[in-house]
Design a protein around this ligand. Sequence first.
Ligand code: TRP
Length: 331
Amino acid sequence: MEKKTILSGIQATGSLTLGNYLGALNNWVEMQDKYDCYYMIADLHTLTIRNDPETLRENTLKLIALYVAAGLDPDKNTIFIQSHIPAHPALSWVLNCYTYMGELNRMTQFKDKSLKHADNINSGLFTYPVLMAADILAYNADLVPVGDDQKQHLEITRDIAERFNSIYGNTFKIPEVYIGKVGARIMGLQNPTSKMSKSAVDPMDKVLLTDSPDEIRKKFKKAVTDSENCVRYDVTNKPGVSNLMSIYGIIKNKSMEDIEKEFSGQGYGTFKTAVAEAVVERLEPLQKKYNELLENPDKLKAIYEKGDKKAKEKSDKLLKEVYKKIGLVVE
Ligand code: TRP
């Protein structure tokens, strides 16, 4: 049987956090044998805010290095840069003409981002979900692993695809959200009721994948807990401790009950140290590989060139089919 296709991407802004790693990358690694996987660096999507050009370029290359350092094998996965594939913006334009203003107006991320960047509500921000639809539909992706905050974008992708298919006949596969493991949503260390975000202002709230072992230890030591001093999983009443347990559980592959037993009768001090050491141990080889790759730009280039080529071939085919159906002259 043919393998199902997976597509996902991360925006090339800022440094990735432990949350991005445990909630996304780490799960992607587990899918590389079972599925035909396409992972892109969403650099075009970052243009909705003003970036420093040199920093954006650097972030894009760093993200590729991170994908590979996190365990994505470039021989098994198609790792590519969104802006290198002309079919994305081209298909996005076509799909814009099959998307209603009213639909885009309902996107909660558009509303949130408009508030956050009130001085720069550009039309790219408005049509952001259409480019994302193009990313997904250009590869006939079956499954799209994304976090909760992106589910609405996947809904609109499905709506656009169904609308197009109903006019022109079956063209696009209708993609589904790939739900990762339970507990993969990592929360902030200072603010454990909201997601650990790479844009968090408080540096103590997030663990960056590039943090040194001592920074990581310090951040876990200061992580917010509660006064019960008992390692028990209870997200509502003990969000901080539960979050630390999730982190430990994913890395050590242990259930919440196992962790409760392991630390029963022990205080938070011991527990936090154990979590920090687990994270340090997991990130050390990743950082080593990451730094090696960054020192070897030719190797990095070879990785994305290989991915670009495969991504281009696949998406060009679909774009041509779309052009033909809507009446453009295709040679
Ligand atoms: N919008 C996604 C985010 O901010 C990134 C993204 C762009 C994406 N294109 C995609 C994710 C296609 C999945 C599929 O996280």
